[in-house]
Design a protein around this ligand. Sequence first.
Ligand code: NAD
Ligand code: MG
Length: 391
Amino acid sequence: MPRRVSIFGATGSIGQNTIDLIARAPGDYTVVALTGATNIDRLARDARALNAQIAITAHDDLLADLRAALSGTGIEVAAGARAVEEAASRPADWVMSAIVGHAGLAPGLAALRQGATLALANKESLVCAGALMLGTARAHNARILPVDSEHSAVFQALTGEDMAAVERVIITASGGAFRDWPIEDLAAATPGQAATHPNWEMGQRITIDSASMFNKAMEVIETREFFGVDPDQIEVLVHPESMVHALVGFRDGALMAHVGPADMRHAIGYALHWPERRHIPVERLDLAAIGSLSFRPPDDTRWPALRLARDVMAMGGLAGAVFNAAKECALDGFIAGRITFPEMAQVVETVLDRIATRGGHIDATMTLDNVAQADHVARQEARAVIEKRAG
Ligand code: NAD
Ligand code: MG
């Protein structure tokens, strides 16, 4: 029986890598839903190629374009956030969650409610609503498998191990585009410069988040949620070569490291084939040719986002939802040229402080509505802070 798969965020970087793997073994899969946003040509092309049951764009106003692009194929079309969420409740065995940002949360939850295995690239959903995601998975006998390369690496290093024997989890960071820039120059950094990554090919937003380490900050929180380790057991290590993705330290002093090329198809393929390991067409590392790997501690002055992640974990509750929303707005503000690169962290810190001082939102029970409310309030606050700064 072919496995039924759906891909949310199919037109993005993770989505396209997922399609690359699935298209290599077409007989193994039945594609249920593919979703995208603005790139209708790509969505329609892949829906045809994979003979998807339904293709959905998140944008209502693009429905006519999608319908025209798929006319005569028998492939259903739909549009809007609600339609994306509904598609996630169509029965599927394996669902890739690769929408970028908070928009990935509701479809991820819907997929868990129908008992699918959720391959989670959308780290934002764990940062915003970790307990809700994990609780929903438990309640519906669904499984969440990590796709973020660091978390896939930790997951693999933990196979067959007892969590009680784990002392620490170390995730690595390349340091992104500005790793070696003088700190004084960061105020003049442009979005174009921030969106070039030394090692990984990724979407624009996560690439800029790599330069600011907001991506790593999110991943620290993701590590806490995924593996249930305490904040003080999580370490970040700068590793410019991006070959060791994570290490797990055990109480006997052993470190299990996961080493592989910087190619997301490894982590995606691991989640697709788990618990088996199948052939995946990634580069095989020649360590003798590579010669050496380097590591250094991260610098909190250069990357204040890492300190903010610690604050968020200490606050608990819905602080992650506030953090993520403020970060998404700050990133929009930077991309639009309204604020500078270092101001992104200042905006997020101000929003966290203000909402924490006012109370209420962060301590609210973690329901989807309360998460949406915290997200909404944080975005309003962030936009106000950005407008004030941008003058
Ligand atoms: P991307 O920008 O390349 O793709 C994003 C996808 O989300 C696209 O399909 C887009 O159409 C869709 N989308 C955007 N806004 C939407 C909305 N409002 N509603 C519905 N769909 C929307 O991003 P990416 O790099 O593929 O990243 C996707 C997710 O995976 C992110 O959460 C990111 O943090 C995570 N991730 C990515 C990588 C990577 O290598 N690219 C690695 C680890 C984790
Ligand atoms: Mg990662």
